[in-house]
Ligand binder design. Structure first.
Ligand SMILES: C[S@@+](CC[C@H](N)C(=O)[O-])C[C@H]1O[C@@H](n2cnc3c(N)ncnc32)[C@H](O)[C@@H]1O
Length: 239
């Protein structure tokens, strides 16, 4: 079920999001346990194969969703594209606080895309769902002009970095002033991000330890060294 106590076009005071096997509550009324997500129980990953990655709520998405919630004035009325959205928690929170959201995942993975559609219906979230494979240049990509690009746990396979950053850089160039906000497992100090910034002509605007802004009641069930980074073009293109 979904409950928003204020119209989503203003600031939602509370958003309950239901994903298969999980429910998450976002509130800003400071009422103890309600102030954050509630329950992150059994996720329903069936096999440990990559095709299923998009069917699981990964810790990076819980952290990115929390960041979106805490920064919600910034997201209200913005155009958001989530890459590798999977179960789409950050994008759904963005939609609940009034963003115009496009949720994307691998174009041929109909199971994940159908699941995203179902999650949107389940949560009464009016998002556009689009097949978008990184590094592929299908027509709809050219119509995307996001203010904010989101990506939770999309930096997990170095073989995909070039395709991912080709798409990210294209979207940043296609939408002057846009920013890419991503959460990732930090396994190499900051060398990876530094390397990618130089290679793709990007710059890092903000780098945060994911647990630095996560209330302890939410952090208990999550582990790892998860970083959040905000990225933009090194040389912003004139509007
Ligand atoms: C580790 S999962 C993260 C899913 C979700 N963002 C989360 O954090 O819960 C990686 C996601 O990237 C998607 N993905 C992998 N390769 C991709 C590609 N080449 N193009 C688009 N999406 C891709 C997967 O389908 C999956 O949804």
């Amino acid at each position: 079920s979904t409950r928003v106590r204020r119209p989503a076009t203003t600031l939602a005071l509370c958003a309950d999001l239901t994903l298969p096997g999980n429910s998450f509550t976002y509130t800003n009324d400071g009422s103890g346990e309600e102030d954050g997500f509630r329950g992150c129980s059994s996720a329903f990953r069936r096999n440990n194969i990559e095709e299923d990655y998009g069917m699981f709520v990964w810790p990076c998405s819980v952290i990115l969703a929390e960041y979106v919630w805490q920064q919600r004035p910034r997201f209200s009325r913005s155009r958001v594209v989530e890459l590798g959205a999977g179960t789409s928690l950050p994008g759904l929170v963005a939609a609940k606080v009034g963003a115009h959201v496009t949720l994307t995942d691998i174009a041929h993975n109909t199971e994940v895309l159908d699941n995203i559609q179902q999650i949107c219906s389940l949560n009464n979230a009016n998002c556009t769902v689009l097949g978008l494979t990184w590094g592929d240049w299908d027509e709809p990509v050219f119509d995307l002009h996001p203010d904010i690009i989101l990506g939770a746990d999309v930096l997990y396979d170095s073989a995909k970095f070039d395709d991912l950053f080709a798409t990210v850089t294209f979207l940043l160039e296609n939408s002057p002033g846009a920013v890419f906000i991503t959460t990732y497992h930090n396994r190499s100090g900051h060398h990876l991000i530094e390397f990618l910034m130089v290679k793709w002509g990007l710059k890092c605007l903000k780098l945060l330890d994911g647990f630095s802004f996560l209330p302890s009641c939410k952090a208990d069930s999550l582990q790892g060294n998860i970083q959040l980074v905000e990225i933009t073009l090194e040389k912003g293109k004139p509007k």
